[in-house]
Design a protein around this ligand. Structure first.
Ligand code: F6R
Length: 606
């Protein structure tokens, strides 16, 4: 992951670099650092922890220099401390890096044998010394080109040189990198978001390319070091407001925003006057698609799994679901008639991007379901379905999950209708129900006090389980993921019917178990599975939907009732109390909810 920024200006740059680093913190927050050039010297300041801490460092406050680079780190090689923080510098060169250099051990050996001295445990430092070594013989362009050639792995780099007061080098392989153009200054950044307060004119580097950023112009080069021309894109200049409002955390705000973000997604895709779904410019004829392959990581993978249940239930399409990091290395049997759908909030997840790249290289049909429409996955897919939920800041995905499954559900309805798997009257009814979903989400959000109370038990438990069947199973996985990533409590999501094949052995007196049993086609089966865990001493939190029929079961610890709707849509509503359960558990433990330990919002390393 990691975030990088570079600014070459006529004015001092340290304040702007720190401000951009604050925006990049969603990419990593183990440590941060900055290097500027002033009076012919590289000044470097680094610290463990957040950008705030770096900003308060007195050395940063007085930092001079009109050219500089900055970094926020998500540690891959070496502990998250100030020595391993970037930039890494020799006397001549300073480097910030996002990615992983896979052959760093070998390269380090070679460089040490030539007399280079290493200070950190990072893979990045080999880049510094390789460039320093090449500069003894070659000019900047050749030194960069030769260095990049010898690196295996992925990187986005920002590099400054002691003897070059008007030059930042940027380079990309695998990890995203953007160049921005301002008045009398130019920029380098991990994404357009970091640059947006300074410019909306952007060029994205493609794999293998590097660039030289001067104050007044930028030059681009291909892998061979030959100059190339690149397009300048003009992004929307509206800067979204990213404040927490009255909320304590972005996550709380993002959970509460869900009725609105669902409404926005519905508005973008549902044509109520014609009872239809608008998916403009869909590049394939419906008879060219006989199967769907859905690919993502983490929460986005859970969205894929959710979609599989809908596609199988409502259409005759064959559906396959994959975790991107598995898909990319498996022996895949690519089929022309399969539509490959890549689900990613950030659109930058390295494994998901690699899976997309693999599909493209095999000539497959590719579609991205993303939130960030300028992202690499969106740019490189043949077709994009934006999820329209607005920027998500909390590292734990909430509103993006609901809007991912919303858009996948809408796509499922449309393809089902076109393939004549769904009758028009059923389709119309489902759209009607969908239009009502934001309201039901709003009402479901009112369940709050009880969740706060039950979260006390989850806090104290050494582990917990989340069970569901059918449509509720992906939501059980998602609920367990949210709890573990925020409150660091061990949580397993399981298909309720699988418990007796092993996991039942984990159940002991007082263990909190969430059972998702909405009144759908699986209801009775799930209730039976619930009895089995209650009989073994579990404290069951049953989450169902409102109904005139009482739940017939004894010894349920607590019950939460979400609103009622058709069974396709219940997963949306079941998700909400699970998000809140994770939130309140973490809140009571005093953990950093928007930035859980060891994680980052955009996972740009594999
Ligand atoms: C969990 C979470 C992660 C992401 C995963 C994929 O709350 O947010 O599991 O879902 O890292 O990220 P994207 O969707 O950006 O590809």
């Amino acid at each position: 992951m990691c975030g990088i920024i570079g600014i070459n200006s006529y004015k001092p740059v340290s304040v702007s670099i720190i401000n951009s680093l604050k925006k990049l913190e969603y990419r990593g927050y183990d440590s941060a650092g900055i290097a500027t050039l002033s009076s012919g010297l590289i000044n470097e300041v680094k610290s463990e922890g957040r950008v705030d801490k770096l900003e308060k460092n007195s050395l940063v406050q007085g930092m001079e220099g009109t050219i500089g680079i900055g970094h926020v780190r998500w540690a891959t090689h070496g502990l998250p401390n100030s020595v391993n923080a970037h930039p890494h510098s020799s006397q001549n060169v300073s480097v910030v890096h996002n990615g992983i250099i896979e052959n760093s051990t070998l390269l380090k050996k070679l460089l040490v044998s030539k007399g280079h001295k290493f200070k950190s445990q990072t893979d990045t430092e080999v880049i510094v010394h390789l460039i320093t070594e090449h500069l003894k013989t070659y000019d900047i362009v050749s030194s960069i080109q030769k260095t990049l050639k010898s690196l295996h792995g992925s990187f986005a780099l920002g590099i400054i040189f002691k003897d070059q007061p008007d030059l930042i080098v940027g380079a990309r392989r695998g990890s995203p990198l953007a160049v921005g153009y301002g008045p009398n200054e130019n920029y380098l950044g991990s994404d357009s978001y970091a640059l947006k307060s300074m410019t909306n004119k952007i060029t994205y580097l493609d794999d293998g390319e590097f660039c030289i950023i001067k104050k007044d112009y930028v030059e681009f080069f291909n892998e061979e070091g030959i100059k190339i021309n690149k397009k300048v894109l003009e992004l929307s200049s509206d800067e979204e407001k990213y404040d927490k409002g009255d909320y304590k955390h972005f996550m709380a705000k993002e959970i509460e925003e869900q009725p609105i973000t669902l409404k926005n997604g519905i508005k973008e895709y549902i044509d109520n006057s014609n009872n239809d779904v608008n998916i403009y410019n869909f590049p394939w004829k419906v008879n060219e698609i006989s199967s769907i392959s859905l690919i993502g990581c983490g929460t986005a993978y859970h969205s894929c799994l959710m979609a599989k249940y809908w596609f199988e239930q409502l259409t005759s399409l064959d559906v396959n679901v994959d975790i991107a990091s598995e898909f990319r290395y498996r022996k895949n049997r690519f089929k022309k008639e399969t539509l490959y759908i890549f689900v990613s909030q950030s659109g930058e997840t390295a494994d998901t991007y690699a899976a997309l790249d693999l599909c493209k290289k095999n000539g497959m049909k590719t579609c991205a379901v993303v939130n960030v429409i300028e992202s690499s996955i969106a740019r490189d897919s043949e077709f994009v379905l934006p999820i329209h939920c607005g920027t998500e800041i909390g590292v734990a995905s909430t509103k993006a999950f609901l809007n991912q499954i919303l858009i996948l559900y809408i796509l499922c309805l449309k393809l089902g209708l076109l393939r004549k798997d769904i009758k028009k009257d059923v389709f119309t009814q489902k759209l009607k129900d969908l239009n009502n979903l934001p309201k039901l989400a709003e009402q479901t959000l009112l369940i709050d006090n009880k969740i706060q109370t039950v979260s006390n038990t989850f806090n104290k438990a050494k582990g917990s389980m989340f069970l569901g069947r059918g449509f509720s199973y992906p939501i059980a996985l998602e609920g367990a993921l949210k709890l573990k990533e925020l409150s660091y409590i061990h949580a397993e999501g399981y298909p309720a019917g699988e418990m007796k094949h092993g996991p039942l052995a984990l159940i002991e007196e007082g263990m909190p178990v969430v059972v998702l049993a909405p009144r759908d086609s699986y209801y009775k089966k799930t209730i039976s599975n619930m009895q089995e865990v209650i009989a073994r001493g579990a404290k069951v939190l049953l989450i169902t939907n409102k109904s005139k029929d009482e739940v017939v079961s004894e010894n349920i610890w607590e019950t939460l009732e979400v609103e009622s709707t058709n069974e396709d849509l219940l997963p949306f509503l079941l998700t909400i109390p699970l998000q809140k359960l994770a939130y309140y558990s973490a809140l009571k433990k005093g953990f950093d909810i928007d930035k859980p330990r060891n994680l980052a919002k955009s996972v740009t390393v594999e």
